[in-house]
Design a protein around this ligand. Structure first.
Ligand code: PGA
Length: 262
């Protein structure tokens, strides 16, 4: 019999714009997207938009004034509330802007900007402390996959990322499994491979926190998600949504993904 708490996991489709679209383009995107995806279509799915920092205030204004049901997201943040951290963005400021979801530990932040598991864990805890939801990213390189080190890498990132987080907090979190070799490459993990790793992540959460926490945490797949593969991915029992990069920049394509990913 399916676990009743499993049935309550609403799919979350998140658009990670990375360093694309200035604030004018962001406003145009939201207006076009709102025309394509009506409120009734959001009854059984959550959608979050993660624009660059410079766009967040503009996007927030459109979401509020047009009463749109999308959640506001950020792509990362610092773990301290304030201080001498030139160029960094405080989680307290994001909370004040009405941000709901913050991506942390994206492989691009880890690989290009030196974010370690420890830094990612501090961010996870800071985001939760500010009443926002972390989207904790994990994933293996092609080399790690081909040499049989996928589980070790990914579950290590999960254990480190969740250190000091309570069971209740984990149950309300989002984890994004993003194989690095599938990000921006057009290569998607097969739905069976993606399901296998998402199930392994859920089993790891169960081992650390118990079955009901594992049943609550939402696990997204990310890596070249598009309208052509979302339906098969979302059909998998342990995949509760998608973190979408390139395909989330086109309102038509992202609207299709939302419609097919419910
Ligand atoms: P992609 O990016 O959809 O362009 O592969 C996903 C991500 O990096 O979150």
């Amino acid at each position: 019999m399916p676990d009743p708490s499993t049935a309550s996991r609403r799919p979350l489709l998140s658009g990670n714009w990375k360093m694309h679209q200035n604030h004018f383009e962001a406003i145009q995107f939201v207006q076009k997207f709102a025309y394509l995806i009506g409120k009734d279509e959001l009854a059984d799915v959550d959608v979050s938009l993660h624009p660059p920092f410079t766009d967040i205030r503009s996007v927030q204004t459109v979401l509020e004034s047009d009463k749109l049901g999308y959640a506001l997201g950020a792509q990362h943040c610092h773990w301290e509330d304030k201080g001498a951290f030139t160029g960094e963005v405080s989680p307290a400021f994001l909370e004040k802007l009405g941000v709901d979801y913050v991506i942390c530990g994206h492989s691009e932040r880890r690989e290009l900007f030196g974010e370690t598991d420890e830094m990612v864990n501090r961010k996870v805890r800071a985001i939760i402390a500010h009443a926002m939801t972390p989207i904790l990213c994990c994933g293996e390189t092609l080399d790690e996959r081909e040499s049989g080190r996928t589980e070790g890498k990914v579950l290590g990132q999960i254990r480190a990322g969740l250190a000091g987080v309570t069971a209740e907090q984990v149950a309300a979190m989002v984890i994004a499994y993003e194989p690095i070799w599938a990000i921006g490459t057009g290569r998607t993990a097969t739905s069976a491979d993606a399901q296998e790793m998402c199930a392994a992540i859920r089993a790891c959460v169960a081992e650390l926190y118990g079955a009901s926490t594992a049943a609550g945490v939402r696990i997204q797949y990310g890596g070249s998600v598009k309208s052509g593969n979302i339906a098969e991915l979302i059909d998998q029992p342990d995949i509760d949504g998608a973190l979408v990069g390139g395909a989330s920049l086109d309102p038509d394509e992202f609207a299709k993904i939302v419609r097919l990913g419910r």
